[in-house]
Design a protein around this ligand. Structure first.
Ligand code: PLP
Length: 363
Protein backbone atom coordinates (compact mmCIF):
# COMPACT_ATOMS: atom_id res chain seq x y z
CA UNK A 1 0.00 0.00 0.00
CA UNK A 2 1.35 3.44 -0.89
CA UNK A 3 1.63 6.09 1.83
CA UNK A 4 -0.77 8.23 -0.24
CA UNK A 5 -3.55 5.68 0.00
CA UNK A 6 -2.70 4.99 3.65
CA UNK A 7 -2.99 8.68 4.41
CA UNK A 8 -6.21 9.19 2.51
CA UNK A 9 -7.81 6.16 4.14
CA UNK A 10 -6.65 6.97 7.68
CA UNK A 11 -6.39 10.70 8.24
CA UNK A 12 -9.24 13.16 8.47
CA UNK A 13 -9.78 15.24 5.34
CA UNK A 14 -9.35 18.50 7.29
CA UNK A 15 -5.86 17.42 8.37
CA UNK A 16 -4.88 16.40 4.85
CA UNK A 17 -5.86 19.82 3.55
CA UNK A 18 -3.98 21.77 6.26
CA UNK A 19 -0.46 23.10 6.00
CA UNK A 20 1.96 22.94 8.91
CA UNK A 21 2.66 26.12 10.92
CA UNK A 22 5.75 27.59 9.30
CA UNK A 23 8.35 29.65 11.11
CA UNK A 24 10.84 31.73 9.09
CA UNK A 25 14.50 30.76 9.45
CA UNK A 26 15.91 33.61 11.50
CA UNK A 27 19.51 32.50 11.56
CA UNK A 28 21.86 35.48 11.33
CA UNK A 29 19.06 38.07 11.35
CA UNK A 30 18.15 40.79 13.80
CA UNK A 31 15.07 38.90 14.90
CA UNK A 32 12.04 41.13 15.33
CA UNK A 33 9.35 38.81 14.02
CA UNK A 34 8.08 36.76 16.96
CA UNK A 35 7.34 39.00 19.98
CA UNK A 36 10.26 37.64 21.95
CA UNK A 37 11.88 39.57 24.80
CA UNK A 38 15.32 40.56 23.42
CA UNK A 39 17.13 40.73 26.76
CA UNK A 40 19.30 38.19 28.55
CA UNK A 41 19.65 37.76 32.29
CA UNK A 42 22.44 39.35 34.31
CA UNK A 43 25.31 36.77 34.42
CA UNK A 44 25.02 36.18 38.19
CA UNK A 45 21.34 35.33 37.80
CA UNK A 46 22.22 32.77 35.14
CA UNK A 47 24.74 31.25 37.58
CA UNK A 48 22.08 30.96 40.30
CA UNK A 49 19.70 29.40 37.83
CA UNK A 50 22.28 26.78 36.80
CA UNK A 51 22.77 25.96 40.46
CA UNK A 52 19.04 25.46 40.92
CA UNK A 53 19.03 23.02 37.99
CA UNK A 54 21.58 20.77 39.70
CA UNK A 55 18.93 19.44 42.04
CA UNK A 56 16.53 18.48 39.21
CA UNK A 57 15.80 14.77 39.23
CA UNK A 58 15.79 14.07 35.49
CA UNK A 59 15.31 10.36 36.15
CA UNK A 60 11.95 11.04 37.84
CA UNK A 61 8.70 12.16 36.31
CA UNK A 62 7.88 15.78 37.12
CA UNK A 63 5.21 16.75 39.65
CA UNK A 64 2.08 16.12 37.53
CA UNK A 65 0.18 18.90 39.32
CA UNK A 66 3.14 21.33 39.32
CA UNK A 67 1.91 22.44 42.74
CA UNK A 68 4.83 24.69 43.64
CA UNK A 69 4.85 26.37 40.27
CA UNK A 70 1.12 27.06 40.51
CA UNK A 71 1.66 28.69 43.91
CA UNK A 72 4.47 30.79 42.44
CA UNK A 73 2.24 31.89 39.57
CA UNK A 74 -0.54 32.77 42.03
CA UNK A 75 1.88 35.03 43.86
CA UNK A 76 3.24 36.53 40.65
CA UNK A 77 -0.15 37.45 39.17
CA UNK A 78 -2.08 37.84 42.44
CA UNK A 79 -4.49 35.08 41.49
CA UNK A 80 -6.93 34.39 44.36
CA UNK A 81 -7.25 30.85 45.76
CA UNK A 82 -10.86 30.73 44.58
CA UNK A 83 -9.68 30.79 40.96
CA UNK A 84 -8.64 27.39 39.57
CA UNK A 85 -5.57 27.04 37.32
CA UNK A 86 -4.44 24.72 34.57
CA UNK A 87 -0.93 24.72 33.08
CA UNK A 88 -0.08 24.08 29.47
CA UNK A 89 3.04 23.50 27.39
CA UNK A 90 2.64 27.05 26.12
CA UNK A 91 -0.80 28.62 25.86
CA UNK A 92 -0.99 26.97 22.44
CA UNK A 93 -1.49 23.68 24.23
CA UNK A 94 -4.28 25.17 26.32
CA UNK A 95 -6.07 26.37 23.19
CA UNK A 96 -5.80 22.83 21.82
CA UNK A 97 -7.06 21.33 25.07
CA UNK A 98 -10.07 23.65 25.19
CA UNK A 99 -11.03 22.87 21.61
CA UNK A 100 -10.45 19.13 22.00
CA UNK A 101 -12.99 19.06 24.81
CA UNK A 102 -15.83 20.28 22.57
CA UNK A 103 -18.48 18.22 20.83
CA UNK A 104 -17.43 18.02 17.15
CA UNK A 105 -20.59 19.77 15.98
CA UNK A 106 -19.88 22.91 18.00
CA UNK A 107 -18.68 26.27 16.75
CA UNK A 108 -15.82 28.58 17.68
CA UNK A 109 -15.69 32.35 17.22
CA UNK A 110 -12.82 34.83 17.28
CA UNK A 111 -12.50 38.21 15.56
CA UNK A 112 -10.34 38.53 12.44
CA UNK A 113 -7.52 39.21 12.35
CA UNK A 114 -6.46 37.56 15.57
CA UNK A 115 -4.06 34.90 16.84
CA UNK A 116 -3.74 32.25 14.10
CA UNK A 117 -3.79 29.19 16.38
CA UNK A 118 -7.48 29.67 17.26
CA UNK A 119 -8.40 28.99 13.65
CA UNK A 120 -5.62 26.51 12.89
CA UNK A 121 -6.55 24.19 15.78
CA UNK A 122 -10.32 24.61 15.23
CA UNK A 123 -9.87 23.54 11.62
CA UNK A 124 -7.73 20.55 12.58
CA UNK A 125 -10.65 19.38 14.74
CA UNK A 126 -13.19 20.19 12.03
CA UNK A 127 -15.01 22.67 14.29
CA UNK A 128 -17.04 25.38 12.57
CA UNK A 129 -15.12 28.65 12.89
CA UNK A 130 -16.64 32.13 12.68
CA UNK A 131 -14.45 35.20 12.40
CA UNK A 132 -16.25 38.56 12.42
CA UNK A 133 -13.94 41.17 10.94
CA UNK A 134 -12.69 43.99 13.15
CA UNK A 135 -13.45 47.56 12.08
CA UNK A 136 -10.89 48.57 9.46
CA UNK A 137 -10.13 52.05 10.87
CA UNK A 138 -9.06 51.17 14.39
CA UNK A 139 -9.36 47.38 14.73
CA UNK A 140 -12.14 47.73 17.28
CA UNK A 141 -14.73 44.96 17.62
CA UNK A 142 -17.70 45.02 15.27
CA UNK A 143 -20.22 44.39 18.02
CA UNK A 144 -23.33 44.28 15.85
CA UNK A 145 -21.88 41.65 13.55
CA UNK A 146 -20.34 39.68 16.42
CA UNK A 147 -23.63 39.58 18.35
CA UNK A 148 -25.41 38.49 15.21
CA UNK A 149 -23.00 35.55 14.75
CA UNK A 150 -23.24 34.63 18.44
CA UNK A 151 -27.01 34.52 18.18
CA UNK A 152 -27.13 32.48 14.99
CA UNK A 153 -24.31 29.99 15.75
CA UNK A 154 -24.11 29.88 19.58
CA UNK A 155 -20.31 29.34 19.64
CA UNK A 156 -19.10 27.02 22.40
CA UNK A 157 -15.91 29.08 22.73
CA UNK A 158 -15.15 32.69 21.88
CA UNK A 159 -11.50 33.74 21.90
CA UNK A 160 -10.64 37.39 22.55
CA UNK A 161 -6.96 38.32 22.60
CA UNK A 162 -6.51 41.30 24.95
CA UNK A 163 -4.38 43.06 23.65
CA UNK A 164 -4.99 41.58 20.22
CA UNK A 165 -2.29 39.98 18.07
CA UNK A 166 -1.48 41.03 15.30
CA UNK A 167 -3.12 44.45 15.69
CA UNK A 168 -1.71 45.39 19.13
CA UNK A 169 -4.79 47.23 20.39
CA UNK A 170 -6.87 46.62 23.51
CA UNK A 171 -10.53 46.20 22.66
CA UNK A 172 -12.98 48.38 24.60
CA UNK A 173 -13.70 46.60 27.89
CA UNK A 174 -17.35 47.51 27.47
CA UNK A 175 -17.48 45.60 24.15
CA UNK A 176 -15.98 42.51 25.77
CA UNK A 177 -18.58 42.67 28.55
CA UNK A 178 -21.28 42.82 25.89
CA UNK A 179 -19.87 39.69 24.22
CA UNK A 180 -19.57 37.83 27.54
CA UNK A 181 -23.16 38.62 28.40
CA UNK A 182 -24.41 37.52 24.98
CA UNK A 183 -22.45 34.27 24.96
CA UNK A 184 -24.02 30.96 25.92
CA UNK A 185 -20.59 29.28 25.87
CA UNK A 186 -17.13 30.03 27.23
CA UNK A 187 -15.29 33.28 26.59
CA UNK A 188 -11.51 32.92 26.72
CA UNK A 189 -9.67 36.20 27.25
CA UNK A 190 -6.14 35.59 25.97
CA UNK A 191 -3.84 37.91 27.90
CA UNK A 192 -0.55 36.84 26.31
CA UNK A 193 0.56 40.51 26.27
CA UNK A 194 -0.53 41.38 29.80
CA UNK A 195 3.04 42.34 30.85
CA UNK A 196 2.89 45.31 28.45
CA UNK A 197 -0.75 46.26 28.67
CA UNK A 198 -1.73 47.54 32.08
CA UNK A 199 -5.20 46.08 31.60
CA UNK A 200 -6.75 42.75 32.51
CA UNK A 201 -10.01 40.86 32.92
CA UNK A 202 -8.63 38.88 35.86
CA UNK A 203 -10.79 40.74 38.42
CA UNK A 204 -13.87 39.85 36.35
CA UNK A 205 -13.44 36.11 36.98
CA UNK A 206 -15.38 36.54 40.24
CA UNK A 207 -18.29 37.86 38.28
CA UNK A 208 -18.55 35.55 35.24
CA UNK A 209 -18.58 31.76 35.51
CA UNK A 210 -18.17 31.35 31.74
CA UNK A 211 -14.98 33.42 31.44
CA UNK A 212 -11.49 31.94 31.36
CA UNK A 213 -8.29 33.99 31.36
CA UNK A 214 -5.25 32.64 29.55
CA UNK A 215 -1.70 33.87 30.04
CA UNK A 216 1.80 32.79 29.07
CA UNK A 217 5.38 33.41 30.15
CA UNK A 218 6.45 33.54 26.49
CA UNK A 219 6.10 37.26 25.86
CA UNK A 220 7.39 38.14 29.32
CA UNK A 221 10.76 36.68 28.36
CA UNK A 222 10.57 32.89 28.62
CA UNK A 223 9.37 31.81 25.18
CA UNK A 224 11.80 28.89 25.18
CA UNK A 225 10.30 27.40 28.34
CA UNK A 226 6.78 26.83 26.95
CA UNK A 227 4.54 27.67 29.87
CA UNK A 228 0.98 28.91 29.58
CA UNK A 229 -1.74 29.03 32.22
CA UNK A 230 -5.50 29.09 32.16
CA UNK A 231 -7.59 30.49 35.00
CA UNK A 232 -11.26 30.18 35.78
CA UNK A 233 -14.04 28.40 37.61
CA UNK A 234 -13.00 25.16 39.37
CA UNK A 235 -15.75 23.09 37.73
CA UNK A 236 -14.65 24.06 34.23
CA UNK A 237 -10.94 23.73 34.90
CA UNK A 238 -11.50 20.26 36.44
CA UNK A 239 -13.15 19.02 33.27
CA UNK A 240 -10.29 20.29 31.12
CA UNK A 241 -7.75 18.82 33.50
CA UNK A 242 -9.01 15.33 32.61
CA UNK A 243 -7.66 15.56 29.08
CA UNK A 244 -4.37 17.24 30.00
CA UNK A 245 -1.48 14.83 29.56
CA UNK A 246 -0.21 13.97 33.04
CA UNK A 247 3.35 15.28 32.71
CA UNK A 248 2.83 18.11 30.26
CA UNK A 249 5.05 20.52 32.20
CA UNK A 250 8.55 19.07 32.32
CA UNK A 251 10.80 19.34 35.35
CA UNK A 252 13.20 21.86 33.76
CA UNK A 253 10.30 24.16 32.95
CA UNK A 254 8.86 23.82 36.46
CA UNK A 255 12.15 24.58 38.20
CA UNK A 256 13.15 27.34 35.80
CA UNK A 257 9.79 29.12 35.88
CA UNK A 258 9.76 29.08 39.69
CA UNK A 259 13.30 30.42 39.73
CA UNK A 260 12.60 33.12 37.14
CA UNK A 261 9.40 34.35 38.77
CA UNK A 262 11.14 34.67 42.12
CA UNK A 263 13.27 37.32 40.39
CA UNK A 264 10.32 39.29 39.17
CA UNK A 265 12.19 42.62 39.22
CA UNK A 266 14.39 41.49 36.31
CA UNK A 267 11.33 41.03 34.11
CA UNK A 268 9.63 44.16 35.39
CA UNK A 269 12.66 46.20 34.38
CA UNK A 270 12.86 44.52 30.99
CA UNK A 271 9.18 44.98 30.18
CA UNK A 272 9.32 48.63 31.26
CA UNK A 273 12.24 49.17 28.94
CA UNK A 274 10.36 47.48 26.11
CA UNK A 275 7.38 49.78 26.70
CA UNK A 276 9.64 52.86 26.59
CA UNK A 277 11.25 51.68 23.37
CA UNK A 278 7.82 50.93 21.92
CA UNK A 279 7.09 54.64 22.21
CA UNK A 280 10.34 55.52 20.44
CA UNK A 281 9.75 53.04 17.58
CA UNK A 282 6.17 54.30 17.25
CA UNK A 283 7.34 57.89 16.84
CA UNK A 284 10.05 56.92 14.35
CA UNK A 285 7.54 55.00 12.26
CA UNK A 286 5.08 57.87 12.39
CA UNK A 287 7.74 60.21 11.04
CA UNK A 288 7.39 58.35 7.72
CA UNK A 289 4.30 59.97 6.23
CA UNK A 290 3.70 57.10 3.79
CA UNK A 291 3.13 54.69 6.70
CA UNK A 292 0.02 54.28 8.87
CA UNK A 293 1.09 53.25 12.36
CA UNK A 294 -1.33 51.64 14.81
CA UNK A 295 -1.12 52.25 18.57
CA UNK A 296 -0.04 49.19 20.55
CA UNK A 297 -0.46 47.95 24.11
CA UNK A 298 1.79 44.96 23.37
CA UNK A 299 5.51 44.42 22.61
CA UNK A 300 5.09 44.88 18.87
CA UNK A 301 3.75 47.47 16.45
CA UNK A 302 1.64 46.93 13.35
CA UNK A 303 2.00 49.38 10.48
CA UNK A 304 0.60 49.74 7.02
CA UNK A 305 2.67 50.60 3.97
CA UNK A 306 1.56 52.29 0.74
CA UNK A 307 -0.49 49.93 -1.45
CA UNK A 308 1.39 46.79 -2.57
CA UNK A 309 4.65 47.83 -0.90
CA UNK A 310 4.68 45.47 2.10
CA UNK A 311 6.34 42.52 0.32
CA UNK A 312 9.03 44.74 -1.18
CA UNK A 313 9.78 46.52 2.08
CA UNK A 314 9.84 43.24 3.99
CA UNK A 315 12.25 41.70 1.45
CA UNK A 316 14.45 44.79 1.45
CA UNK A 317 14.71 44.72 5.23
CA UNK A 318 15.81 41.10 4.98
CA UNK A 319 18.60 41.99 2.59
CA UNK A 320 19.74 44.39 5.31
CA UNK A 321 19.68 41.63 7.93
CA UNK A 322 16.44 42.61 9.68
CA UNK A 323 13.61 40.09 10.01
CA UNK A 324 10.11 41.36 10.83
CA UNK A 325 6.74 39.74 10.15
CA UNK A 326 5.02 40.20 6.81
CA UNK A 327 1.27 40.17 7.45
CA UNK A 328 0.29 41.06 3.88
CA UNK A 329 -0.20 37.46 2.72
CA UNK A 330 -2.94 36.97 5.33
CA UNK A 331 -5.11 39.30 3.27
CA UNK A 332 -8.23 41.00 4.61
CA UNK A 333 -7.41 43.85 6.96
CA UNK A 334 -3.76 42.78 6.98
CA UNK A 335 -3.22 43.82 3.37
CA UNK A 336 -0.08 46.00 3.12
CA UNK A 337 0.68 45.43 6.80
CA UNK A 338 3.96 44.61 8.54
CA UNK A 339 4.50 43.82 12.21
CA UNK A 340 7.67 44.58 14.12
CA UNK A 341 8.57 43.30 17.58
CA UNK A 342 10.24 45.78 19.94
CA UNK A 343 13.88 44.73 20.42
CA UNK A 344 16.85 46.20 22.24
CA UNK A 345 17.69 49.84 21.66
CA UNK A 346 20.38 48.84 19.13
CA UNK A 347 18.04 46.47 17.30
CA UNK A 348 15.29 49.09 17.11
CA UNK A 349 17.74 51.62 15.69
CA UNK A 350 18.98 49.08 13.15
CA UNK A 351 15.38 48.39 12.13
CA UNK A 352 14.45 52.06 11.75
CA UNK A 353 17.58 52.81 9.77
CA UNK A 354 17.04 49.76 7.51
CA UNK A 355 13.42 50.79 7.02
CA UNK A 356 14.42 54.33 6.05
CA UNK A 357 16.82 52.87 3.49
CA UNK A 358 14.15 50.48 2.20
CA UNK A 359 11.58 53.27 1.81
CA UNK A 360 13.97 55.57 -0.06
CA UNK A 361 15.26 52.75 -2.28
CA UNK A 362 11.80 51.57 -3.22
CA UNK A 363 10.28 54.98 -3.95
C1 PLP B 1 2.13 34.40 21.31
C2 PLP B 1 0.71 34.21 21.62
C3 PLP B 1 0.25 33.06 22.24
C4 PLP B 1 1.12 31.82 22.35
O1 PLP B 1 1.78 31.74 23.50
P1 PLP B 1 2.62 30.46 23.89
O2 PLP B 1 2.41 30.41 25.35
O3 PLP B 1 4.01 30.77 23.49
O4 PLP B 1 2.07 29.24 23.20
C5 PLP B 1 -1.08 32.98 22.62
N1 PLP B 1 -1.93 33.98 22.33
C6 PLP B 1 -1.54 35.09 21.71
C7 PLP B 1 -2.52 36.16 21.43
C8 PLP B 1 -0.21 35.23 21.31
O5 PLP B 1 0.16 36.32 20.62
Amino acid sequence: MSTTSLISSLFRAEIQSMSAYKVADAHGFIKLDAMENPYHWPPELTEHWLTSLRSCALNRYPDPEATRLIETLRGHDEIPESVAMLLGNGSDELIQLLLMALTPTQAVLAPAPSFVMYKQISQSLNLAYFAPSLHAEDFSLDIAHTLHLIQSHQPAIIFIAYPNNPTGNLFKAEDIHTIINASTGLVVIDEAYAPFANASFLPELQRYKNVLIMRTLSKLGLAGLRLGYLMGHTDIISQLNKIRLPYNINVLTQVTAEFALSHKHVFTEQTQLICQHRQWVFEQLQAHSELTVFPSAANFILFKTAAQQADRIHAHLKTQGVLIKNMHSQGGLMQDCLRVTIGTEAENKAFISALTTALTTIN
